[in-house]
Design a protein around this ligand. Structure first.
Ligand SMILES: *Cc1c(COP(=O)(O)O)cnc(C)c1O
Length: 458
């Protein structure tokens, strides 16, 4: 098999700024050892997120120029609507400025006190919007999805048995919707199988519950189905996507992921009554139904991006480049969530730094060292992001995993960038005995990871 190459050539480039290790030590110290507080200009390879960081194609940029900025009935809206309808098959397509705006609208209407919303794993904004409405967000991930070192094809699957038990115990009348997130971002970017989506749909049907898809990475998920699930090897990506959405009654989408754009999202749904309520709320919070929270040019870029993201050569390159990074660093024994997901590599900080306890933030330590060693920015997903304090003792309550996520922006970095990232990770791993833990010197009462400051433990 020959090298899988980037299925594009480069028309426009953006310089990246080189810094010395000495400079980076100072920069990190000034940022309170929190990579979120480093200026992007001082980052060499930015793997903080794959959200809104995609490179757009020449056709998308042409669409930006060609966008119709009419307040009502814009041509760009009708193109956007027809592209989304073709994929989801839903009757109503509501544009929003990003994914969480779609969530906010949906859960303001169907959420509320006493309601429960199951998902394989809720993404943080989904959980936040559900909880803000007064409802409860419940994760029902399959067992293998909880074990970072175990390899399986579809670790994002929902535990269907648990779902049925949960519905029986909670009462279907208290569950306004069941959700599935594809791929499962918070669970390591792991895919969900078509069989699992069908099985969840069967349970939903039995209890007369609607099924919604959190569709942020629908095309990446479809590619995994094509490669790993029997019966799909000869189907086109688009056919697979259409089948996925055929089991759902609606979807929320952040186009900042598989829309290949820097801003955008939508809510897609079938229910007439719910659509009217959502549109009314959209008008108050986002904008008129034919633009939502977006400019006409953005709708044009999303429409084009959604078509490009389903091209198989793109997805082959996309999924392979993530796997390539995973292969390179696991060959050097660096522990990661296995197998690599679609959009990111998750370093397992507990196994990487067994001597740094969770209350000294091993993930933060690795993230800091990746920056110092090579100017690479990743993000801790562990006790900094999700840690809570015991109300009585004040002791830290840690989540089950301590991770560092390295998310790969779409179409932005080349294979040599990724080779460099692997070299830096391996270098840091070799010197892991020298890594120190950290303590927090400042934290905000909520979402502390964004603004917290740290210092190394002596
Ligand atoms: C990014 C993301 C969202 C929220 O989308 P935004 O565009 O960031 O508001 C929701 N769900 C998942 C799975 C995501 O990855």
């Amino acid at each position: 098999m020959k090298t899988i190459i980037e299925p594009f050539k480069i028309k426009s480039v953006e310089p990246i700024r080189f810094t010395t290790k000495e400079e980076r030590v100072k920069i990190l110290e000034n940022a309170g050892y929190n990579p979120f507080l480093i200026h992007a200009d001082e980052v060499l390879i930015d793997l903080l997120t794959d959200s809104g960081t995609s490179a757009m194609s020449a056709k998308q940029w042409a669409g930006i120029m060609d966008g119709d900025e009419s307040y009502a009935g814009s041509r760009s809206f009708y193109r956007f609507e027809s592209v989304v309808k073709d994929i989801t098959g839903d009757k109503f397509i509501i544009p929003t400025h990003q994914g969480r705006a779609a969530e906010k609208i949906l859960f303001s209407i169907i959420g509320g006190q006493g309601k429960f919303i199951p998902n394989n794993t809720h993404f943080d904004t989904t959980r936040a919007n559900i909880e803000f409405s007064g409802a409860e967000a419940v994760d029902l991930i399959c067992e293998v999805g909880k074990h970072p070192e175990q390899r399986a094809d579809f670790k994002g699957n929902m535990d269907v048995e648990k779902l049925e038990i949960f519905i029986k115990e909670t009462g279907a009348e208290n569950i306004p919707v069941v959700m599935i997130t594809i791929t499962n971002n918070s669970g390591g970017g792991q895919p969900v199988s078509m069989q699992n989506i069908k099985d969840v749909k069967e349970v939903c049907k039995k209890y007369n519950l609607p099924l919604f898809i959190d569709a942020c990475r629908f095309a990446e998920n479809a590619y995994f189905i094509k490669k790993r699930e029997k019966g799909y090897e000869n189907k086109s990506i688009k056919e697979i996507c259409q089948e996925i959405f055929s089991y759902a009654d609606g979807a929320t989408m952040s186009a900042k992921k598989d829309g290949l754009v820097n801003i955008g999202g939508f809510l897609s749904l079938n229910d007439d009554e719910l659509a009217i309520k959502c549109r009314n709320l959209l008008i108050v919070t986002e904008g008129f139904p034919t633009y939502g929270g977006l400019a006409g040019r953005d709708l044009e870029a999303v429409a084009q991006g959604l078509e490009e993201v389903m091209e198989e050569s793109y997805l082959q390159y996309r999924i392979r480049s993530t796997e390539y990074l995973g292969d390179k660093i696991t060959a050097a024994n660096v522990p990661i969530i296995e197998p690599p997901g679609g959009h990111a590599i998750y370093i397992d900080a507990k196994r990487f730094l067994p001597n740094v306890p969770p209350n000294q933030y091993p993930g933060q330590s690795i993230a800091c060292e990746l920056y110092i060693e090579g100017g690479i920015r990743g993000v801790e997903i562990g006790s900094v992001m999700f840690g809570k304090y015991d109300k009585k003792t004040g002791a830290l309550i840690s989540p089950s995993m301590e991770l560092v996520r390295l998310a790969i922006p779409r179409r932005v970095y080349t294979q040599s960038h990724i080779d460099y990232v692997a070299e830096v990770i391996i270098e840091v791993y070799k010197n892991r005995d020298k890594l120190k833990g950290y303590e927090i010197t400042y934290e905000a009462p909520m979402l502390r990871h964004f603004t917290a400051k740290f210092k190394p433990v002596n």
